[in-house]
Design a protein around this ligand. Structure first.
Ligand code: CMX
Length: 143
């Protein structure tokens, strides 16, 4: 099911400052940006110039929209930093079903809306070796 590392997510308190820091110091460009109200985030996908968003691995900047969302809680507990590792998958529902059958806890009963109309679910960090693992089925593969 896993075809690539889709992105690595960094929780930040200030979206614009983080985007600027990565541009100024590492030359990464903002290839995509959106608000996801359900997840409570303003998020951006950063890539090296010349690479393709949706194909190559991206760095995801995640800034909280309010004090109650997952990113706000993460920053309050752990401070800014790496928050998630996201794998691109061909079929998020089929993989989730196999994981559940194997006793791995998924956060959602059904996939939710992710970046660029992808469908997403998460493996609980306690079952992911201490890593919050996101499963991303891109929109193009949706069915
Ligand atoms: N990475 C690793 N461990 C994490 C973690 C993370 N991102 N977030 C929480 N944990 C750990 C905590 O440190 C804690 O460990 P201890 O019990 O040893 O202290 C444990 O998991 C807490 O688990 P919890 O109390 O069940 O849950 P929380 O309230 O801390 O929430 C989580 C954790 C993963 C359920 C919540 O962050 C969540 O729902 N995440 C999925 C949604 C999300 O991250 N959205 C933002 C990104 C949106 C997008 O990518 O599109």
């Amino acid at each position: 099911y896993v075809t690539a590392i889709d992105h690595v997510g960094i929780a930040v308190p200030d979206f614009d400052a983080a985007v600027q820091w990565h541009r100024d110091h590492l030359g990464l460009v903002l290839a995509h940006e959106e608000i996801n109200e359900e997840q409570g985030v303003r998020e951006g996908m950063l890539s090296p110039a010349g690479t393709a968003f949706g194909t190559d691995t991206a760095i995801q900047i995640l800034a909280p929209l309010d004090d109650e969302c997952a990113i706000a809680k993460f920053i309050a507990r752990s401070g800014p930093g790496l928050q998630q590792l996201a794998y691109r998958v061909t079929d998020v529902e089929a993989l989730s079903a196999e994981l559940r059958a194997a006793g791995v806890r998924l956060l959602y009963d059904a996939p939710r809306h992710g970046t660029a109309d992808s469908r997403i679910n998460f493996i609980h960090p306690k079952d992911g070796g201490g890593v919050l693992i996101e499963l991303v089925e891109p929109a193009a593969a949706a069915h």
